[in-house]
Write a protein that binds this ligand. Sequence first.
Ligand code: NAD
Ligand code: 89V
Length: 343
Amino acid sequence: MAELKGALIGCGFFAINQMHAWQDVEGARIVAICDRDPERLKLVGDQFGIERRYADAAAMFADGGFDFVDIATTVASHRALVEMAASHRIPAICQKPFAKTLSDAKAMVAACATAGVPLMVHENFRWQTPIQAVKTVLQSGAIGEPFWGRFSFRSGYDVFSGQPYLAEGERFIIEDLGIHTLDIARFILGDVASLTARTKRVNPKIKGEDVATILLDHESGATSIVDVSYASKLATEPFPETLIELDGTKGSIRLSQGYRLEVSGPDGVTISDASPQLLSWASRPWHNIQESVLAIQQHWTDRLANGGETSTSGADNLKTLALVEAAYESAASLRSVDIGAML
Ligand code: NAD
Ligand code: 89V
């Protein structure tokens, strides 16, 4: 099978991870890059040895010569770029947040479906080694039927130095980070019927909320809590670990700080290390996220080569984005929100 050729749009902070990961993916490579900022275009082009460089995505699509596009820009440009890919019948990966609104996201999914091209959202957190380890234990039946869960990300890490735009938006933690945690909750306990949320802003230097507590009623009947914070000053900084607690009819799972995985079941207790690998180009503490970038990009490449829907397809991600919108709606109205009615 010939190697797939990709083009990447958006050579910013996070795209460096994506470019490193593309070098490690088997079966695909990046042949062209685009950024409207000439400094970022030069930096990434020189670092990764990419000759074909564009300031304008339309010009890059017009020249063609690639099998898929990887959109690594911030959310404002996602709809236009995904629709541009669909109009050229080019399969697309789009970074999270998939779209500014659920109605934009539905239009993007429809555009790619009409064009008959695959669309995947780069929702990589469910691809982290510790999250996959929890899912594997749950699927083995070791704790029976899960009836309660907690998905928790609490940190005091300075995310604003690498991503200054995060301090400027009216919305912050649910849209940027909680979106991952909500997706993990769906991945582990299944789709959500209704949700209730409360938010707070603790850091006076930012515009949006930096604390959120969300109660989920899953369609299975399980209840879970998603709690996220960038205002938590802890003795040992856990960034960027998602901690998980699950109680089932036969036992329990605890994924705790330091990637410690404890499973308690009818046959006793097992404790294992669910740490991610430190890839050659990765650096702590980001290595957990960096490894998941390689995993999701390999998954995309395998599905594009062999067929089948990706785990975080555009259609799947509508259900995660609905939870984000519902959380803001619930925090504003102080009411519970019906998710089915939004989809
Ligand atoms: P950034 O601002 O550092 O980089 C974005 C780049 O895109 C910039 O260089 C900008 O010039 C370029 N750009 C924007 N619109 C463009 C357009 N229309 N055409 C060409 N170039 C354009 O942002 P970032 O921190 O790298 O974040 C990018 C995306 O990645 C965001 O959506 C963010 O939420 C997401 N992100 C995801 C993860 C993850 O783990 N999945 C982690 C961090 C960031
Ligand atoms: O994954 C992300 O989207 C990042 C961070 C982990 C810093 O929140 O923005």
